[in-house]
Design a protein around this ligand. Structure first.
Ligand SMILES: Cc1ncc(COP(=O)(O)O)c(C=O)c1O
Length: 305
């Protein structure tokens, strides 16, 4: 991908030519939304599989509605551009795809309506987002998760990632791998860029969608896989103190995939190693998305003919 191609407003361009103005609304106010999508290279099959592409397209369109990004792309356009871009770039390795819909008008007016909307997509190679060969160490951040009545976490809003970046920097500077965030009223929400699951007595528990989380596409996949494996899943409000008593904890998201957590605020989780339920879900998830296991629910979109 040395001569990378990107997409901007109807055109496939050399990456360096896909540019917007410093005066555009999104640069000044963060007014846009985005998706993060993985595509896995299967060497045996010589195929690149995009993971859960229709689901990402649907969430992007719903984020656009929340942010009044009128005249943004429809779901089928997002899907067509992502596949078209990957075909043009032709990667033969694991790849990350980033669609963005944003206010591109040059305007200093602080508002959402009546501003031109742009649609861009770029891609880049991507291996592991965090080192998941060992369990992750998490800490509860002093920064609270943005409230639905401030900036809705369920929309993947560009400007809202300042909240995640503050928490993640704080965690890393204090020697942890990742930050866990609480809602304004003190319940577990999610990690800075991943959802969280706890295992209690063989059941999976995860914060409910109304507790200021991005409702992750991977979270949905985990819930579906758990059902297939006969595991009960409970979506509910979770207290911070409960998290210290879980038998297993894992993060899930497009970037981290499914990653075991070995400690939270220096308290060991379970026996400190990747637990059996986490392992089972991780193997099942990676098997499907990489193309090594059957795909009954149609999670994979093949890129090459
Ligand atoms: C704040 C936040 N929560 C959760 C997730 C996981 O979402 P998904 O599984 O759709 O990647 C992400 C990843 O993008 C995120 O940024």
């Amino acid at each position: 991908m040395s001569d990378r191609i990107s997409y901007l407003d109807g055109e496939y361009l050399p990456h360096g030519s896909a540019r917007i103005s410093v005066a555009s609304h999104v640069v000044n106010y963060g007014t846009g939304c985005f998706e993060g999508i993985r595509a896995y290279w299967n060497r045996r099959q010589q195929q690149l599989y995009v993971t859960l592409l229709p689901e990402h397209a649907r969430r992007l369109v719903s984020s656009c509605r929340i942010l009044s990004l009128d005249s943004g792309p429809e779901e089928h356009q997002v899907i067509d551009v992502v596949v078209g871009l990957l075909r043009r770039n032709g990667p033969r390795e694991d790849t990350y795809v980033r669609p963005l819909v944003f206010k591109s008008e040059e305007s200093i007016a602080v508002k959402l309506s009546g501003l031109r909307t742009s649609f861009a997509v770029y891609c880049q190679p991507m291996g592991e987002y965090l080192d998941t060969t060992r369990g992750l160490s998490l800490t509860y951040s002093a920064w609270r998760r943005i409230d639905d009545n401030a900036i809705p976490a369920r929309a993947k809003v560009i400007g809202a990632y300042v909240n995640a970046a503050l928490a993640s920097d704080e965690a890393r500077q204090n020697g942890f791998d990742e930050a866990l965030m609480l809602t304004n009223d003190g319940h577990v929400a999610e990690a800075s860029s991943a959802n969280i699951f706890f295992v209690f007595d063989g059941e999976l528990h995860t914060p409910v969608a109304t507790d200021d989380i991005l409702v992750g596409i991977t979270r949905g996949a985990v819930i579906a896989l758990a059902g297939e494996l006969g595991l009960k899943v409970v979506e509910r409000r979770i207290d911070r103190s409960e998290s210290f008593a879980a038998d297993e904890v894992f993060l899930c998201g497009t970037g981290v995939q499914i990653a075991a957590v070995s400690e939270i605020d220096r308290r060991r989780v379970g026996c400190g190693a990747t637990g059996p339920i986490t392992s089972k879900l991780r193997d099942a998830y990676l098997g499907v998305v990489r193309g090594d296991l059957p795909d009954p629910a149609g999670w994979r979109t093949p890129v090459y003919e």
